[in-house]
Write a protein that binds this ligand. Sequence first.
Ligand SMILES: [Zn+2]
Length: 228
Amino acid sequence: MPVNSQTHLIMGAALFGKPLPRLAWAGAAGGILPDLPMYVIVAGLRLQGHSLDRIFGEFYWQDYWQIANAVGHNFLLWGAVAATSAWIVTRHRQTQNPNTAPDGGAAAMAFAFSASALLHSAIDFLCHRDDGHMHFWPLTEWRFHSPVSYWDPSHYGTAFSLFEAGLGVLIAIILFRRYANPGIRLALLLCIIAYVAVPLFYFWSLSSHDHNAPVSGLGQAALSGESA
Ligand SMILES: [Zn+2]
């Protein structure tokens, strides 16, 4: 069971979503955005009838998809947006009356969004072994081969998944207590359900999958409904 996109989502909301609920939505959106190109590409290829195994075993490595992942997980892009928006928020605070209401303006929203996307990218950097992204594209196509994989059992994948699921449920409970907003609470409930649903989908898909056909590493991750 791999890193699920919802872990990125709720982590972004928890770490960058204070003190206003709208910042939590910005943090959540930034947490999932790096994987959005993958979801769009997979949906398109599935609609064309391609198998998950072929999608992740073959299409995943094509240049257009690799570059989409490189842009979505880009340290240069999200680093620049986060640094610029942080600078604007700090300057704004320095010129503001200290009793003014918390800042939920465009710069604060941009910071919550981009810092969350940067955190997602940094976590992916540390837990992708053979399928890492080009985080410094277009400066270089270098990829880090981490000793830890988010899905591969022969590289701590199972232990990592259990750690991630536990962390995700914990963060969801913290957010549930922090925000009374019904929309946020429903989203959190869906996240927690996903922690159960993804492994169930994984085992169901494996049990209905043709065991004679070779399954690529990423095909296995894909079968588990994993984010790239
Ligand atoms: Zn990702």
